[in-house]
Each structure stands twice: as structure tokens, then as C-alpha cells.
Design a protein around this ligand. Structure first.
Ligand SMILES: NC(=O)C1=CN([C@@H]2O[C@H](COP(=O)(O)OP(=O)(O)OC[C@H]3O[C@@H](n4cnc5c(N)ncnc54)[C@H](OP(=O)(O)O)[C@@H]3O)[C@@H](O)[C@H]2O)[C@H](O)CC1
Ligand SMILES: [K+]
Length: 501
């Protein structure tokens, strides 16, 4: 799915009305109906709904939602906040329609704000994607009352006060439990700093013009199943193990062989043709017993990786390095030599990233299109601190463009960025995956996909998606608390099977 800016959404709205047999009023009705269907489906029992509207189209949705709920015999109280401007026509029409059924109560000042019972559902239809400045005055007081109440809050399209795609310096924002958004996810939903405002979010399809969505230019995407389907390559019956590449993984040190093993096992489970592993000598038996499908090459050092003196690097179709290697000076030397010698993109994780942040001058040695997989702290060490997560996206784009690399910035919606400024936010995964070794599993998957000649950025997008999907399948049987990294590997087959792979 594409993620569009507020102005693109407005254009899309206009284009749909001009090019489809639908009026703006009908579109408002369709959006409102999709919201009501979601709400009724979600809550078995609805005691009372309190709908707060302003006079933009988001408020118009709120008025139509009120009517649709009343028609379904739910108990509804609707409040409207006025300001000096006259209402848009569709809002005016919906207000008239609603006033025929119930008394719509005006809010002009603080005494007009109702008490909000804890067992009610508040529907936030104050401001939507048309928010143009921070919320102040009486609207801010209403937002505070809603936030202070114990009621369940469901936002229409976007929590009032939150911008679609830019940073909110002001914090007068609805803290919704749920957000039901129309057609496309909004950039703000994907940034952890907004989680407390957005709550659990859902998208409903309101039939905005498909061609216009297709043509809309954006650098932000939400990696869903349809994107994944368009990127994956199926195996044909004449393929042989040579078709699926030969990967090299460099990992492990004394006490951290587990990281190398996890990357090895996930690489094997992700379709690799052949896999060689370079490990410290102490890891030889561990590797041969836990992953007999892989070929082991040992370092001259017993407990760590030093030389990475690997003959004929060119025969490997992808190289992954980092899991469990530590940051000893001999390892750093070996890592640097690998950077100098490698001509194909590398996949770099964990201690590989720490070595890069300790030696930033090595960043220019990275082969083009390499993939770095930092979590936010590691990225900060590599690229510097940022004031907020919107600024971090800009820094992420610049970093990728400066060094011509791909970065997988790990998080709840992992962001995969490339050198031309595209960012794909992932849709799979869960909090149970925040566990030791999860990152090593991801390194193995991505290395495997690069080795199978997926273009590195696509390999990263797909790798992140399948890693999350396998994690979701693992969580379905193990739960979040008990989930460990090996469970993710065990569920990779199911994740690939789901896409016919
Ligand atoms: N996506 C779609 O195709 C559809 C969306 N729908 C709904 O429409 C809203 C967007 O509606 P819009 O009218 O553009 O915007 P809002 O309802 O968010 O409100 C804009 C009005 O509020 C004024 N405004 C903006 N910020 C503030 C503020 N901080 N304080 C007071 N007033 C504010 C703004 O005035 P300006 O001065 O900026 O002009 C507008 O008057 C979308 O979110 C959906 O809910 C359709 O119903 C279906 C199709
Ligand atoms: K809203």
C-alpha cells in the first residue's frame, strides 16, 4: 500500500469525485458507513456513543456516523464545536439530516462540554486530515476532557490534532484506543512516538480511485501482502541448487556462537542453494552438529574471527557479517579487509554495525547497495542523534544516499530505506520478537534472499516481511512472552508456504 501525504490525499479525494460516479456527499456516506461497520463488528456491546464533531469534513463524517448508528438503534449523543466559518455543504446537509432525528448539542464554551461516562465509546470526529495548525481554545479543552475520561476512544480517520505526515510540536492530540482510517495508512501511524495517540489502527476501503492511487507519487510504502506478492519469485521445476546462490556468513565468537547458528539456520530455511560459514575454530563442532547442511570454514583464531582470509570471495552471491563477532581489534582488522575486498553488496548486522560506528571512515568502503540492519540506537551511533522520528526519516534517507546503501531500521514497523529515498514500512511482526537472536535470524534471511539474486533492496523488504510473518505465526502458538528466536526460524516454512514459495 502507498502512504500518501495530506495534500495527495486531498487530490485523490477530488480526483475520485470528478472521475467516478460518486459525489463528495456519497463519499462521506461511504466512509462513515465503513466506520460504523467496523465499530459494530469490533464491539459486541455498545452502551452509548458520544460523537464529537467540528465543522470540517471529518466532523461531517461524525454527523453521518451518528445518524447511521441511530438508524441501527444505538444510543448516540452528538456534540458539535463551532468556529466562525460557515460549514462546508456536505457537513451542512449531514447536520440537517441528523437534526431531524436528534438534538445536536453545540459546544461554544467549557460549560457545554459533557461529562464522559467510562462505559461509553467516544467517537473523535473533530479534525481529520485537514488539520492545519495546532489545536487551541475550546477544541483543545474538549480534547483534554476526552483524554482524561476513561471511555474507549475511537478516532475517525486520524486522531484529532495529529498531522498526517509532519511533526506535531504541540501535544493537544486525542489519545485514541483505536483509529479507523480511510483507504490508506498515514505516515504518522507508523512512527513509535505517535503510538499513544493512534492506538490500534485499521484501514477501511472507501473506494478511492485506484488509478489515481497507482499514479500518485510517493516515497513511502506500507509493505503488505500485495507488495510481497509482486516481489517474490517462484521456483521452477528445472532449477537446481546452483540457481539459488551460494551465501557466505561470517559470525560467532567464544560464547556467542549461538548468534552465528541462528543466522545459519534462518539462511538455510529461506531458500539458499549453498551456504558456507566462516567461524572461529571453537565453533566448528557446534556448527557441524547444529546445522549439518552448512559448510564450515574456521578462522586461524580459536575464540574470535580475525583474518576472514577467504579464498575467491567472488564465488559467493551474498555475504552476511556481524552476528556474534564481537568488536576485538583483530576482528575489526578482518572486517575492514573484507570491506576492501568485497565487490558485491554485504549484509551487515550487530557487531558489524558497532565496528562501523567505531570507524566511520570505513563507511565509504561499503560496496554499493549493501544492507545495514541497525536498531534505532545502532542507527543513532552510525548517523547521529535526531530530535524526533520525522527528522530521523530524513537522516535515514540522507545516510542511504550518501553511502549508496540500504538500511533496515528495526522497530515496530521496521523501515527499509534505499539510496533513492524510498522507505517501506513493514506490516508484520509483534512485540514477542523483541528477544535475543531475533536480529541474527533476520540477517540470515536477508543474506539468503540476496544470494538468490533478489535485488538487495527488495531482499531487505521481503526479508523483513517474512521475518515478521514467521514471528506472527510463532506468536500464535507460543504467545509473546515465551517466544524465542528459534521459534521464528521454525515458522519460516509456514510463512513462505503462505506465498506459494
Ligand atoms: N480521504 C477521503 O477521501 C475522504 C475524507 N473524508 C473526511 O474528510 C476529512 C478531511 O476533511 P477536511 O475538511 O479537509 O478537514 P478537517 O475535517 O480535518 O477540518 C478542516 C477544517 O478545520 C479547520 N482547521 C484546521 N486545523 C484547525 C485547528 N487547529 N483549529 C481550528 N480549525 C482548524 C480548517 O480550517 P483552515 O483554516 O485550515 O482552512 C477546516 O475548516 C478526512 O479526515 C476524512 O475524515 C470524507 O468524508 C470522505 C472522503
Ligand atoms: K478525527
Amino acid at each position: 500500500m502507498k502512504i500518501l501525504s495530506a495534500s495527495h490525499i486531498r487530490d485523490l479525494d477530488k480526483y475520485t469525485i470528478q472521475n467516478e460516479p460518486i459525489s463528495s456527499l456519497e463519499l462521506m456516506e461511504r466512509a462513515s458507513l465503513s466506520f460504523v461497520e467496523w465499530l459494530i463488528n469490533k464491539f459486541d456491546k455498545i452502551n452509548k456513543t458520544i460523537v464529537f464533531c467540528a465543522i470540517g469534513n471529518n466532523g461531517g463524517d461524525g454527523l453521518a456516523i451518528s445518524r447511521l448508528l441511530l438508524e441501527r438503534e444505538y444510543q448516540v449523543q452528538t456534540f458539535i464545536l463551532h468556529d466562525a466559518k460557515s460549514n462546508p455543504t456536505d457537513v451542512e446537509i449531514n447536520l440537517k439530516r441528523l437534526k431531524k432525528i436528534i438534538l445536536v448539542q453545540d459546544i461554544y464554551n467549557e460549560t457545554d462540554i459533557p461529562d464522559i461516562d467510562s462505559d461509553s465509546i467516544v467517537i473523535d470526529a473533530i479534525f481529520g486530515s485537514g488539520l492545519s495548525r495546532p489545536i487551541t481554545g475550546i477544541a483543545a479543552q474538549v480534547v483534554h476532557s476526552i483524554n482524561q475520561s476513561k471511555a474507549t476512544v475511537v478516532a475517525v480517520d486520524i486522531p484529532s490534532g495529529l498531522y498526517v505526515d509532519t511533526y506535531n510540536p504541540n501535544t493537544t492530540i486525542i489519545e485514541a484506543d483505536f483509529t479507523v482510517s480511510f483507504q490508506l495508512p498515514k505516515l504518522s501511524f507508523l512512527l513509535p512516538q505517535n503510538a499513544r495517540y493512534v492506538g490500534e489502527w485499521h484501514i477501511t476501503d472507501i473506494g478511492l480511485h485506484a488509478d489515481a492511487i497507482e499514479k500518485a507519487r510517493t516515497s513511502y510504502y506500507y509493505t503488505d501482502a500485495s507488495i510481497v506478492k509482486s516481489l517474490v519469485k517462484k521456483r521452477d521445476k528445472f532449477s537446481h541448487k546452483g540457481t539459488f546462490g551460494h551465501a557466505l556468513l561470517v559470525g560467532g565468537s567464544y560464547g556467542k556462537m549461538g548468534a552465528a547458528i541462528l543466522a545459519t539456520r534462518s539462511c538455510l530455511r529461506s531458500g539458499i542453494g549453498l551456504l558456507s560459514i566462516h567461524i572461529p575454530a571453537c565453533g566448528y563442532e557446534i556448527l557441524q552438529t547444529s546445522a549439518p547442511e552448512a559448510m564450515a570454514m574456521v578462522d586461524k583464531e580459536e575464540k574470535l574471527i580475525s583474518d576472514i582470509d577467504i579464498p575467491d570471495l567472488t564465488k559467493y552471491t551474498a555475504i552476511g557479517i556481524g552476528p556474534g563477532i564481537g568488536t576485538a581489534s583483530q576482528t575489526a582488522e578482518g572486517f575492514k579487509r573484507l570491506l576492501e575486498q568485497a565487490s558485491k553488496p554485504l549484509v551487515i548486522d550487530a557487531d558489524g554495525l558497532n565496528l562501523l560506528s567505531e570507524h566511520k571512515e570505513w563507511l565509504t568502503l561499503l560496496p554499493e547497495e549493501s544492507i545495514l540492519t541497525p536498531h534505532p540506537k545502532e542507527f543513532e551511533r552510525l548517523a547521529g542523534k535526531t530530535a524526533n522520528e520525522y527528522e530521523r526519516l530524513d537522516v535515514l534517507k540522507k545516510f542511504c544516499s550518501d553511502y549508496k546503501v540500504n538500511v533496515v531500521l528495526k522497530g515496530a514497523h521496521t523501515a527499509v530505506a534505499n539510496a533513492v529515498g524510498d522507505i517501506y514500512f513493514n506490516s508484520t511482526g509483534n512485540p514477542g520478537m523483541a528477544t535475543g537472536g531475533s536480529g541474527d535470524v533476520l540477517t540470515g534471511i536477508i543474506t539468503s534472499l540476496v544470494a538468490q539474486s533478489y535485488q538487495p533492496f527488495k531482499a531487505a523488504v521481503l526479508g523483513v516481511y517474512f521475518h515478521g510473518l514467521a514471528g506472527d505465526k510463532a506468536a500464535a502458538s507460543k504467545g509473546y512472552t515465551a517466544l524465542i528466536a528459534s521459534d521464528i526460524i521454525d515458522c519460516l516454512p509456514q510463512a513462505f508456504i503462505e506465498f506459494g514459495l
